[in-house]
Design a protein around this ligand. Structure first.
Ligand SMILES: Cc1ncc(COP(=O)(O)O)c(C=O)c1O
Length: 389
């Protein structure tokens, strides 16, 4: 029997992530593997830290990547800032806010949850009411809720956290590198992201950053961080102290470095504008086709677009048809909105005019197969006119 290698199919990725990556990132991923203490690797880590400080808009010295996907960054932030009995306010407006809460509970923190309806952001006046109870050490928040396509407005929440002296832990998994994130200006104490969304490299690494205040809190912990691998200070012993911590993957680091170089070359502000323009073009096109968005215009997240599934459409069949017929992947709904929305990612290299037009055409065809007609011509014209404006 001859063994045949299993090749990955060539897809167009337009779900919640991973997304398509730039050919330069693929080339960087083919770099020779080098040892984790090779001087060339240590220089690469220094460069990645500078690049992450640029995208996070921070001067935080404790800025690097956690070994693992976005969830490892989440776990690192939660495990390092929280100790048993700490009062924590978890703001939940979707699937990922709930995941942070679950992690906080596993740290035996004294968790209070504030829930907002899925499709809405967290409400600052409700947060203020809770904070008035006093004694909270940390508040957790998702900036870009990938499960719903909602972008959390930050201004009021940042003010409240300052007024009440609460540390802010922010999930920027679907915003960093595509939507404005201002770690220092907002006074965020701990934030994490992932490598595979707006940053534009494959999954496997989680950018993280901790403020000097968060570092002080870690240094004065009553108990060691639960979990050795994600102890931020031990990991910093590798990044800053050049000591072995784990066998870090040079392959993934060369990939994320190249993706970050692409962000530097484009300019972060220009990239954020591109993400917004393409989001608006998609929305204009979708609405002109006769479909509707799940989230109100003022709370929509540019990187993740939630489109309502028209009544009578079989979600699983439609997404299967897109994958089989056009090699096109989009996301389905999660949790409370499973079967009700499609989630369409426009992130990083994948946020491009050609993908928007391709997606609309494929969607129109797939809906037609299920007997739902859409005005594709009007949709394409509306998207094009936004792209050209
Ligand atoms: C907002 C948010 N937080 C956390 C995660 C977890 O990241 P990962 O799947 O890379 O572990 C995701 C994944 O999509 C996410 O969208």
């Amino acid at each position: 029997m001859t063994s045949k290698p299993l090749e990955a199919p060539l897809r167009t990725l337009m779900g919640p992530g991973p997304l398509d990556i730039h050919p330069r990132v693929y080339r960087a991923l083919a770099s020779p593997v080098i040892g984790h203490l090779d001087p060339a690797y240590l220089a690469l880590l220094d460069r990645i830290r500078e690049q992450l400080q640029m995208v996070f808009r921070t001067k935080n010295a404790l800025t690097h990547v956690s070994p693992g996907t976005g969830t490892s960054g989440m776990e690192m932030c939660v495990a390092n800032l929280m100790e048993p009995g700490d009062k924590v306010l978890c703001c939940v407006h979707g699937y990922f806010g709930a995941r942070i809460r679950e992690m906080a509970e596993r740290q035996d923190a004294d968790v209070t949850t504030l829930e907002a309806e899925w499709g809405q952001p967290d409400d600052p006046s409700a947060i203020e009411k809770k904070l008035k109870d006093g004694g909270f050490k940390v508040m957790t928040l998702v900036h870009a809720e990938t499960s719903t396509g909602v972008q959390q407005p930050m201004e009021d929440i940042v003010r409240l956290a300052k007024e009440h002296g609460v540390m802010l832990l922010l999930d920027t998994v679907t915003s960093l590198g595509g939507v404005d994130v201002e770690i220092d200006a907002w006074g965020i104490d701990a934030a994490y992201s992932c490598s595979q969304k707006c940053i534009g490299s494959p999954p496997g690494l989680a950018p993280i950053t901790f403020s000097p205040r968060a570092v002080d809190v870690m240094k004065s912990r009553r108990s060691p961080v639960r979990g050795w691998y994600l102890d931020a200070q031990l990991l910093d012993g590798y990044w800053s102290g050049r000591k072995y911590h784990h066998t870090s993957s040079s392959t993934l680091h060369y990939g994320v470095h190249e993706a970050l170089c692409l962000i530097e070359e484009e300019g972060l502000a220009a990239r954020i504008t591109r993400h917004r323009r393409h989001h608006l073009a998609l929305v204009a096109g979708i609405e002109a086709m006769g479909l509707s968005m799940f989230v109100a215009a003022e709370h929509r997240l540019p990187s993740l677009n939630a489109i309502r599934i028209p009544d009578g459409v079989d979600d699983g069949k439609l997404r299967g048809y897109l994958l089989e017929t056009f090699n096109l992947e989009i996301g389905g709904g999660l949790g409370a909105i499973a079967g009700k929305v499609w989630r369409v990612g426009l992130m990083g290299y994948s946020s491009s005019p050609e993908r928007i037009l391709f997606f609309m055409s494929c969607l129109s065809q797939a809906l037609g197969v299920q007997g739902v007609s859409t005005d594709l011509k009007a949709g394409l014209a509306a998207a094009m006119s936004t792209l050209e404006s």
